[in-house]
Design a protein around this ligand. Sequence first.
Ligand SMILES: Nc1ncnc2c1ncn2[C@@H]1O[C@H](COP(=O)(O)OP(=O)(O)OP(=O)(O)O)[C@@H](O)[C@H]1O
Length: 359
Amino acid sequence: MPTIQLSNLTKTYPGSTTPAVNNINLTVNDGEFLCLLGPSGCGKTTILRMIAGIEHASGGVISIGDKIVDSVAHGTYIPPEKRGVGLVFQSYALWPHMTVEQNVDFGLRLQKVATKERIARCQDVMEKLRIADYAKRYPAQLSGGQQQRVALARMLAVNPGVLLLDEPLSNLDATLRLEMRNELRRLHETFGTTIVFVSHDQWEAMTLATTIAVMSAGHVQQTGTPDEIYATPANRFVAEFIGTPRLNLIPLHQQHSQLSHHLHQRFALHDHTQLCGIRPEEVVISEGTSRDSVPVTINNIMPTGGSWVIELAVGEDRLLHSTQLRPRWQMHQQVYCQLPASSLHFFNHNGLRHQVAAH
Ligand SMILES: Nc1ncnc2c1ncn2[C@@H]1O[C@H](COP(=O)(O)OP(=O)(O)OP(=O)(O)O)[C@@H](O)[C@H]1O
């Protein structure tokens, strides 16, 4: 299975002055399940369409395996059907006048695969995707999730080296979404296909991907495993984009902030260190005082179905704590919170993560 390499990849649509994709460098390794994650309009779909070949790059190079498939400078552009990639869109685009079986068979027919092998491959992929029972039905006679699986089966039947998925779960309800996530993960394990998946849903990305590339405004902000992205966000954007409830951000240069004062006592903070972040589940609450604890008031207790979000007041500052344990605190109770040093993320005036030393 091929590696996909994007080098200084840029796309500016005609009539636009701002690049939709701005000088991106990204490698998708063999067998990797990479998720392009970011808010609407950040350029995820544009990248996918350029890899597929249905959009031309304005600059930079795309290679699949050892072949350059798009490069303005080299004058190279390989058409989609010669790239060995399968693209599944948000809308499944099944042929309505063909049965499930005929839809799955479609690509194999185009490739002029021998009849016997076509039948065997269709059957195999339909069984793996659990749609063999609907082989004779038309798309209109299937549920959204079943149609989704037919679209995937149609792609997998032709055995693409690379599978590109553009928010393929976005039209499904919550239960089906979960089912399809498991299905996709199973597929990745079974077929070992290199997958590039576009999503704006952080949980989808965290639960599915082996690697996440977090994007904003045409740039890749950080690439890493789900764990790395969550535990060591490279900048403020990534830190805030990932995690629910959002990471707490404490401004470090506000005169009357008790939390800021507390952090200045513990750490050597310079002017360029602007913000300190801590995830709500890392904030520790206790009844008694201890070293490095801060007195706080329980300001609000919000149940979120199986977990709780608690708002703490520290003077004018507010801090969120989240927990899976039913809280034993009362509204307005005075308690103490701790901000463990290993859970703190410091960001400079450019929003970049950096280290600070303890006093
Ligand atoms: N065909 C086009 N012509 C002009 N501009 C476009 C075209 N397609 C996309 N854009 C613009 O390029 C930018 C990136 O769009 P893109 O669809 O890649 O973002 P996205 O991250 O996939 O968004 P979403 O999650 O909403 O699908 C957006 O500002 C969009 O308006």
